[in-house]
Design a protein around this ligand. Structure first.
Ligand code: SF4
Length: 299
């Protein structure tokens, strides 16, 4: 399909979309970590960029017109750092829930190391919403956000403790998962006991290969090649190498495949490579038609 837009800035592209149920929003550029594998420098976010509450509302109105979108998810930067006047991330998540979408965010977990803040954050959400909340913890050896000796993460332990204290009907609304980046290096693996412990408590893990993008360009010698079956090119990532990984790698060879649509500020993008495809509040008919089917597919 050719995407058309009146503005010359919005490049016409032919593209295949992996997940049309997801609206990804890059919420802010700020982060309190300095991970060696951070992708932000390759993403079209200006230093200090922050989405406004008003921009989220406009995006949700756009989502109402995109039939396949079910889930609105924040990435960053670190989403828990977002504030605007007296609002914080929970207010944004509740706004998404009020609009009828499943809210979610990815976090480095630092906010949840304090148990009382963890209680207040999720308590406020659960008091006002009955829609599940997806929380993805980026937890791996690059983030340095767990105790390597003990194989435990305080942030995750606090959320699990909270879930155990909540009534079942509320606890079930907190959908917690871990995303771990794995390089070729065996040292990048999470301890098996740690994975087993958290999986036994209902936490799902997914493992993604270190990609030579952003700051990780300097670590390209450690990046697995998920398009290969060669154990030398996969290294420690070999045990997680599945068909989905090969599909992802194929994407990097095909300029016109993307995972999902992404909002940054006033613009919607498809990534890898980055293309502006629409302006906030002004979805072209071609995008609306593309997202009119709830089934996964290509356009
Ligand atoms: S990878 Fe995530 S947690 Fe680490 S510096 Fe980048 S945005 Fe922050």
């Amino acid at each position: 399909m050719r995407l058309e837009h009146a503005g010359t800035e919005y490049l016409p592209v032919q593209i295949e979309i992996k997940d049309k149920s997801l609206m990804m929003i890059f919420l802010l550029e700020e982060c309190n970590f300095t991970c060696a594998h951070c992708l932000r420098s390759d993403e079209p976010m200006d230093p200090g960029y922050k989405l406004s509450f008003r921009q989220l509302q406009l995006c949700l109105a756009d989502c109402q017109g995109l039939e396949s979108v079910r889930w609105v998810h924040f990435s960053g930067g670190e989403p828990t750092l977002w504030t605007e006047r007296n609002r914080n991330l929970v207010d944004l998540l509740l706004e998404i829930s009020k609009a009828g979408f499943t809210p979610g965010f990815t976090t480095n977990g630092s906010f949840f190391v304090d148990y009382s803040r963890c209680q207040q954050f999720f308590g406020k959400y659960l008091d006002d919403s009955s829609i599940p909340l997806r929380v993805y913890f980026s937890l791996d050896t690059f983030h340095h956000n767990f105790d390597v000796e003990k194989g435990r993460a305080e942030s995750l332990d606090n959320v699990i403790k909270l879930k155990q204290e909540l009534p079942r009907v509320k606890a079930d609304l907190l959908d917690i998962a871990v995303i771990a980046v794995i390089s070729k290096d065996l040292e990048s693996l999470l301890p098996d006991e740690m994975i087993g412990h958290y999986e036994s408590l209902g936490i799902a893990f997914s493992f993604v290969p270190l990609a030579p993008r952003g700051r990780a360009k300097t670590l390209s010698h450690l990046c697995p090649d998920p398009g290969s079956d060669n154990p030398d090119k996969l290294g420690a990532y070999q045990r997680f190498h599945r068909k989905e990984s090969r599909e992802k790698a194929d994407k990097t060879r095909n300029r016109y495949r993307t995972d999902h649509i992404i909002l940054i500020g006033d613009n919607y993008y498809f990534a890898d490579p980055w293309h502006k495809v629409a302006q906030l509040g002004h979805m072209p008919d071609t995008i609306i038609r593309t997202y009119s089917s709830p089934v996964r597919g290509s356009c």
